[in-house]
Design a protein around this ligand. Structure first.
Ligand SMILES: Cc1cc2nc3c(=O)[nH]c(=O)nc-3n(C[C@H](O)[C@H](O)[C@H](O)COP(=O)(O)OP(=O)(O)OC[C@H]3O[C@@H](n4cnc5c(N)ncnc54)[C@H](O)[C@@H]3O)c2cc1C
Length: 377
């Protein structure tokens, strides 16, 4: 088969390597507009279950990835002066750039054609010259927009502003910190993803953002302001920028997932709010699912229809959970007055994927402390 992939993010690279590994006679080319070591952001999170899927799909990239992983089982909820720890969670953090470099290496050694610094413009020509064209070109997908009449995308902006920073302060575990400044409530999502660095995402509502003057501040000034808001948490370390800018989350859905021999994958196809940390996981698991359908022995059109039929319910379930989680963070100011244990309980169960009983199984002592606090109130 001749396969063209637009976008060298996790979705595009992983699909390309699976196809080439399955059959070296496939001609697989990935077109990426950036150079190999350009990326946005810092680290990403995987759950234990995602790692098992990766091991099954390609043991070699799984082995290389897990060598550089930072793993933890605690979620720490920091509210005002108290910290509540919830154990029994199974997560790992890895640098986004490290992940991409491993997938690029793996693609190169398997013989995938990697065309960096190549922004695709003539999509029709590229689609006509191959059996399958994969639009894995991220949240602002050019492929999705070019064929919008057929994909019929629905886009929706989240209400909060957020920004993705790094810091040398090491957060052992997923740490969710809530601080109030004179302007309003700020939430930080942080976790270490290497021996030296942590991700530090800050979000707040629009009113807090403008009252704080963040809409008018240059990069260094904004980092200075937020470093003061999170002074007790950062332990004197500064916030680090990597083309960091304030954005609103963009929810992406598509009424149709493919047209003729063109299919969307990863963020181009769907997004899920970062507070459930599943964007990269979903992108890679899309690739595994598409790979299985394409190699099942049917023609491309049937494989794409079957991919959508099987995968859509999984994605819709995640998007629903991510929506609940996003709305919880958009209302963080309302939850902020709760006592620490009820606050942590509300936070842990926000997406409704984790209920009372599963939380009790994960961390019985946390649930017992919560029940005691509720009984006392
Ligand atoms: C603040 C924040 C925090 C996040 N945290 C997490 C997390 O903890 N865990 C997690 O799993 N995910 C997280 N994500 C989401 C994650 O980054 C994405 O979901 C994931 O990268 C999607 O992979 P992808 O391959 O679909 O797209 P991308 O990684 O966006 O890759 C798309 C690629 O296509 C290229 N491209 C675009 N247009 C063209 C063109 N015309 N021609 C050629 N190339 C093109 C781009 O340069 C890019 O390299 C987070 C995202 C944000 C914004």
């Amino acid at each position: 088969m001749r396969i063209n992939v637009i976008g060298g993010g996790p979705a595009g690279l992983y699909f390309a390597l699976l196809m080439k590994r399955h059959d070296p006679s496939h001609e697989v080319t990935v077109y990426e507009r950036n150079p190999p070591d350009a990326t946005f952001g810092w680290g990403v999170v995987f759950s234990g279950r995602t790692l098992r899927n990766l091991r099954e799909a390609d043991p070699e990239s799984h082995r290389r990835l897990t060598e550089s992983f930072e793993t933890w089982d605690n979620v720490d909820v920091v509210l005002r002066d108290s910290k509540v720890t919830v154990r029994g969670n199974d997560f790992s953090g890895v640098a986004r750039l490290g992940l991409l470099n491993i997938l690029q290496e793996r693609c190169a050694e398997l013989g995938v054609g990697l065309r960096f610094n190549t922004a695709v413009e003539d999509l029709d020509a590229l689609a006509a010259g191959c059996d399958l064209l994969v639009g894995a070109d991220g949240v602002g997908s050019f492929v999705r927009e070019r064929y919008a009449e057929e994909f019929r995308p629905a886009l929706e902006r989240g209400r909060n502003r957020y920004i993705w920073y790094g810091t040398r302060r090491l957060f052992h575990g997923l740490t969710l910190t809530f601080r109030e400044s004179g302007a309003g409530v700020f939430a930080a999502h942080s976790y270490k993803f290497s021996k030296e660095l942590s991700t530090f995402i800050v979000e707040c509502d629009e009113g807090t953002w403008t009252r704080a003057g963040l809409d008018r501040m240059a990069d260094a000034e904004a980092r200075g302001y937020l470093a003061r808001v999170f002074e007790r948490d950062l332990g004197g370390e500064e916030l680090l920028s990597n083309n960091s800018r304030w954005i609103n989350f963009l929810l992406v859905r598509n009424e149709r997932w493919s047209r003729r021999n063109v299919v969307l994958l990863g963020d181009a196809l769907h997004t899920a709010h970062f507070s459930i940390g599943s964007g990269t996981k979903l992108a890679i698991e899309d690739s595994i699912a598409l790979f299985r359908h394409i190699t099942a022995g049917t023609d491309v059109a049937s494989a794409l229809a079957e991919f959508e039929r099987a995968r859509r319910p999984v994605i819709e379930e995640y998007q629903q959970a991510a929506h609940e989680s996003r709305v919880w963070f958009e209302r963080a100011g309302e939850h902020f007055r709760l006592d620490p244990l009820p606050f942590a309980f509300s936070l842990m169960t926000r997406s409704r994927r984790v209920d009372y009983e599963s939380l009790r199984r994960r961390d019985p002592s946390f649930v017992a402390a919560y029940e005691e606090a509720v009984a006392r109130a």
